[in-house]
Design a protein around this ligand. Sequence first.
Ligand SMILES: CC(C)(COP(=O)(O)OP(=O)(O)OC[C@H]1O[C@@H](n2cnc3c(N)ncnc32)[C@H](O)[C@@H]1OP(=O)(O)O)[C@@H](O)C(=O)NCCC(=O)NCCS
Length: 159
Amino acid sequence: MVETSGTTIVAADHPSLDDQVAQFVTALRDEPRFFGPSARSNPKPFPSLLSELQQRDGFRLAAMVDGRVVGLVRVSGSGDVHIAVVAERRGQRIGVGLLSAAIERAGRLDHRRLTLRSSQGSRAVRRLGDALGCTTVGYARGRVDLILPVPRHVNAASA
Ligand SMILES: CC(C)(COP(=O)(O)OP(=O)(O)OC[C@H]1O[C@@H](n2cnc3c(N)ncnc32)[C@H](O)[C@@H]1OP(=O)(O)O)[C@@H](O)C(=O)NCCC(=O)NCCS
């Protein structure tokens, strides 16, 4: 468990958190969708992201504030990352905190790198990757993969 400025990061797969995780996914699903340039750079979570966040392959970490899940990251067994924060808590460093915790946990599980797949338009995702030293790989139709290194010392420390 990691705690920073009122946000606690916990393992999300304990059954006691199932209701909280379900409420979190509902909040993301009910988010209003906006249109125009600002919406393109701040896209609403896609249904495919919600589906990925609900799967249990790999591991999941949740960011909790006042007993409520406000952010969730899932790292699949193959090292793919899916992450979301509820709309009213974005821009408060919760995403960076969750992703940092996921990288640390991934190191203990012997991952060497994680991959976050995104549309090129999401400024938040790109900034998130930049904050954690990612390499960006661009593909057709504006899609990008952010490759997040898992530091070797993290792997070595848990060996
Ligand atoms: C992507 C997401 C998880 C980021 O979480 P967050 O808690 O808002 O991010 P943080 O507050 O930790 O910010 C991380 C960086 O992104 C920047 N950022 C956050 N939101 C931003 C926005 N809307 N526009 C531009 N930059 C933004 C922050 O300034 C910060 O950059 P910095 O380190 O240079 O200051 C969140 O925006 C989200 O849930 N988006 C919808 C779902 C999604 O797109 N998920 C990713 C698909 S896998």
